[in-house]
Design a protein around this ligand. Sequence first.
Ligand SMILES: Cc1cc2nc3c(=O)[nH]c(=O)nc-3n(C[C@H](O)[C@H](O)[C@H](O)COP(=O)(O)OP(=O)(O)OC[C@H]3O[C@@H](n4cnc5c(N)ncnc54)[C@H](O)[C@@H]3O)c2cc1C
Length: 350
Amino acid sequence: MVVAGAGAIGSAVALRLLDDGAEVLLADPAPLAANASGVAAGMLAPAFEAVLDPLAAGHFELLKTARELWPALAARVGAELDRSGALWVGDEASNADMLKRLTGPGARAEGLDGAGARRSSPGLAAPQGAVFTPEDWTLDPAGMLAALRGAFEAAGGKVRAAAVTSWDAGTARLSDGGQARADALVLAAGLAAQGLDLPPPELAQLRPIKGQIVSLDAQAPRSGPVVRGEGVYLVPRASGPVAGATMEAGVRDLEVDPAAVQGLRSAAARLFPALAAAPVSGRAGVRASSPDGLPLVGRSLTPGAWLAMGARRNGWLLAPLVAELLAGQLAGAEDGHAARLFDPGRFTPD
Ligand SMILES: Cc1cc2nc3c(=O)[nH]c(=O)nc-3n(C[C@H](O)[C@H](O)[C@H](O)COP(=O)(O)OP(=O)(O)OC[C@H]3O[C@@H](n4cnc5c(N)ncnc54)[C@H](O)[C@@H]3O)c2cc1C
């Protein structure tokens, strides 16, 4: 099989297919982590995503199912997950509302007073308390991409620094002039298969959403829960916290806007006042979204091609679920609930 695209989704899919016994070539012209997956915050956040992203509303159980697949995948590639959970920090009314919205669909959550919130995240300004959920975890995106790649190559997977430029009758042509014979092509190319001569028609449904995110050069917080507040999240990392992110619908460039960078630092400093003067650097990535916010996963109208694209805000969270689904479908498994939700043909009239 040929997998086109080595972001979170393609890397997870390629490893899963290899582990299931297929010969797999993973093709991507970009350097490791030079994609949306490398820019991402790395949250595995079924609880807060189901509350804060309108298109993920109602999908807590689905997102939790995806999260539950992560411990096995992380163990498979020898990488760590951070299970410190996440906090919401607002005023009294917004904290009470958040507690209801989290627990309504079944997430575990509890209210904390100001002292409890500061104990769980030193340096946090939470005068009116916070809401904690243990449901949301994180991973380090660059580290996880490297771990996935390492495990794939160690198990005999082949990697090519080239784009797939055409697919016809079981032959994939590559931008380096080579070609590969394969039973199936899996397109895991994020928003668009760059340089592919006849992209599958289903991809016309995908739209870009640019996201800018900042790294703060600060000593704290470097561990502990993710902290979310109105219009911002802050992810502790060993190398310094990360704050994000803008949602710029319809925009696909990777320019970093100084005003967006300063805006994210100010928002982060409302949560952690000591960050007000922290040196800051910004990056941008482009998410791909379908009209209903769920990815396109499964058989394409293009013969022999399979899709694993359009994971919107949750590509990291969904990666092992997408890999499991696709591996099952390629092996002829019956469609289940997630497969029907992600069906690439769901927007195409019969
Ligand atoms: C600022 C920001 C923060 C985010 N935070 C989170 C988060 O906390 N948690 C979460 O789950 N998600 C998050 N996301 C979303 C997540 O990053 C995406 O959903 C995810 O990266 C999508 O992964 P992917 O593998 O589909 O695509 P990508 O990471 O975009 O990778 C696609 C790859 O395909 C390659 N490619 C393109 N065309 C071809 C071709 N013709 N042949 C071969 N290869 C090709 C590209 O070079 C690229 O490397 C965030 C996104 C942004 C922008």
